[in-house]
Design a protein around this ligand. Structure first.
Ligand code: GAF
Length: 403
């Protein structure tokens, strides 16, 4: 694929780049290099905290950390960013680790606190962070940062956590340090992603199932509306609470345990908004398992239709879309299967961020151009469009191999 439609650098090149930057900044070579991917969710939105199914894949965009033990004898983790002007983070290990500043530091802070709580103390460190996951794009830049930190601490301790425990530790960091009551999807996929596979995750049993996605005739396009999405604003927490209210009225532990008929029976007892929230979740859980079946059988037109249905439901019932995301989906729909688009939907928490489109691989360039031009016309904003194959989850890079 020409240009930087796919990741402009391979992960190996990226880790080599961060290693060089570390040497430039800290004056010596790093001892550890780790990477954790962002994700795109193909379908199954706002279902994770309802015990439902999600179908994400890890993308070829990563948070990368290079690190070495600090040389000043202080019990402090210093994290610098390769982006100039980003305030460094100092995590003092000689006092209890608490939320602090800068704001972004709360993701690594929460993870460090989780390791300390398990008796794993990494000691003073010099760390360099470099992330290619767009910030505020709804592609889990925060989960990538958490899982990257956790992977670094595992490498330093020489001890691997159980993958489920690791994902839950990172989720807890997000709840308690960043104040976002997120579900488990983002951290799970960043830990457990597999090349050429989607992950069908049952968020109630936490059982992951790999679904092969390696048909060369299709590609996934990620369209960043460049409208920043922010989950700590309260709307996400409000949706969670509305789902809990609906489950209570239905008399079930979570909406995973309800179906459309049961919901209709109690419709009269529910606030209309709560009813629509529940209708989205119940429908979306069903769409997700159908879509996974569609991916297994390469039934792309069906998967595409389910993606459109998911978007409509998120827009009308769950009300987490925005005009710019709707514009992308409308443009995709106008291109249609004839032009190579099977389906398109907003992805992630919503309120901005990215849309994901399932397209014919041979039409990627033409579709990207058409979406870029029409989106600019409709909104006045430049979209950023890129592709990703399903990537592997968090990895530790042998430093010797990249020198
Ligand atoms: C965000 C959350 F972090 C996830 O847990 C999930 O709920 C998603 O929004 C919506 O599906 O990414």
């Amino acid at each position: 694929m020409p240009g930087d439609f796919y990741l402009p650098m391979t992960l190996q090149e990226l880790t080599a780049h961060v290693s060089q930057q570390f040497t430039k900044i800290y004056g010596r070579q790093p001892r550890w290099i780790v990477a954790a991917p962002g994700r795109v969710n193909v379908i199954g939105e706002h279902t994770d905290y309802n015990g439902g199914f999600v179908l994400p894949m890890a993308i070829e965009r990563y948070a990368v950390m290079a690190a070495d033990r600090s040389t000043d004898g202080k019990n402090v983790i210093q994290i610098r960013d390769t982006v100039k002007g980003v305030e460094p983070t100092l995590i003092d290990l000689s006092a209890p680790v608490k939320p602090g500043t800068p704001k972004w530091s709360n993701y690594p802070r929460g993870v460090v606190a989780g390791f300390l709580a398990r008796g794993i103390n990494p000691g003073g460190l010099d760390v360099l962070l470099h992330s290619t996951v767009p910030l505020g794009g709804g592609l889990s830049s925060s989960a990538a940062l958490e899982v990257c930190t956790a992977t670094l601490l595992e490498a330093i301790a020489g001890k691997k956590l159980d993958p489920v425990e690791k994902a839950l530790l990172c989720q807890k960091a997000e709840h308690e340090f960043a104040g976002v009551p997120c579900g488990i999807m983002d951290q799970f996929i960043s830990v457990m992603g597999r090349e050429n596979h989607l992950l069908l995750l049952d968020c109630r049993s936490r059982k992951p199932e790999l679904v092969p996605m390696n048909d060369p005739s299709v590609a996934l396009l990620i369209v960043n509306t460049n409208v920043k999405h922010e989950l700590s604003g309260g709307e996400y927490a409000k949706r969670r609470a509305q789902c809990e209210t609906a489950a209570k009225i239905l008399g079930v532990p979570s909406l995973r345990d309800a179906d459309a008929d049961a919901l209709e029976l109690v419709k009269g007892k529910m606030d209309e908004v709560v009813y629509r929230r529940a209708r989205h979740v119940i429908g979306e859980i069903e769409r997700t398992t159908h879509a996974a079946e569609g991916v297994r059988t390469s039934n792309w037109p069906t998967v595409g239709q389910l993606m459109y249905a998911s978007h409509r439901s998120l827009r009308d019932d769950y009300e987490v879309s925005c005009n710019e995301l709707d514009a992308v989906v409308e443009i995709a729909e106008s291109i249609g299967i004839k032009g190579g688009v099977y389906g398109c939907r907003m992805t992630g928490g919503g309120f901005g961020g990215c849309a994901v489109a399932l397209v014919k691989a041979g039409a990627v360039e033409a579709i990207s151009k058409k979406i870029a031009v029409d989106y600019k016309k409709k909104t006045g904003i430049e979209a950023t469009i890129f592709g990703s194959r399903p990537a592997a989850g968090a990895t530790v890079w042998p430093v010797r191999a990249i020198k």
